[in-house]
Design a protein around this ligand. Structure first.
Ligand code: TMP
Length: 206
């Protein structure tokens, strides 16, 4: 049995990644349908019953920074065990709206949790497991902030400052530079049509 592939979408809040998710999933489904495989679409924090309960706490409750990082990784462990690993083992592909790059970017870059702590948690929860491909939707923080302005009731992260998001963005770009073979960076200031053209090329290449 050939293992499936694991693809993640990342970017700061307001980068527009979620707009492209359903479309990308459909194109991916079209690509692999003939092989009898399907695409499992999921998200973090969340993706499981426990993970969605943790998401509600993480997005709405104030908490200590280390608690926040630990809960992100606890939700991830459950997600891996219940959804991601079984799907890949049966040959399906998994498309996740965020994964551990988000913890490095938000809790590490944004909030300033030391990287060695996050690396220790990443080793514990994932071993050496990483996505096969990560699509990073990159936008300057002022563009993202303008887009977030349209959100009526922002959650704990969406209410953060521009300086928080510029640190978060910088950490995403650092992670991408560290693993260039895994990342595709999309300039998310472009039109939806242009972004879709780039995503078509990504799909053709995997
Ligand atoms: P979403 O709005 O893209 O669904 O993501 C939920 C929020 O959670 C988003 O603001 C980013 C944040 N987040 C973290 O801070 N750390 C993480 O590890 C993950 C997965 C998400």
């Amino acid at each position: 049995m050939v293992r499936g592939r694991f693809i993640t979408f990342e970017g700061i809040d307001g980068a527009g990644k979620t707009t492209h998710l359903a479309w990308f999933r459909q194109r991916l489904d079209d690509k692999i349908a003939a092989t009898g495989r399907s695409v499992v679409i999921t998200r973090e924090p969340g993706g499981t019953t426990l993970g969605e309960s943790l998401r509600d706490l993480l997005l709405n409750q104030p908490m200590d920074l280390e608690t926040e990082a630990l809960l992100m990784f606890a939700a991830r462990r459950e997600h891996l065990a219940q959804i991601i690993e079984p799907a890949l083992a049966r040959g399906d592909w998994v498309l996740s709206d965020r994964f551990s790059d988000a913890t490095f970017a938000y809790q590490g870059g944004g909030r300033g949790l030391p990287r060695d702590k996050l690396e220790a948690l990443e080793r514990w929860v994932q071993g050496g497991f990483q996505p096969d491909l990560t699509v990073l939707f990159d936008v300057p923080t002022d563009v993202a902030s303008e887009r977030r302005g349209a959100v009526r009731s922002p959650d704990k992260f969406e209410s953060e400052s521009d300086s928080f998001f510029s640190r978060t963005r910088a950490e995403y770009l650092r992670r991408a530079a560290e693993s260039p073979e895994r990342f595709v960076i999309i300039d998310a200031t472009q039109t939806i049509t242009n972004i879709q053209k780039q995503l078509e090329a990504v799909i053709a290449s995997i």
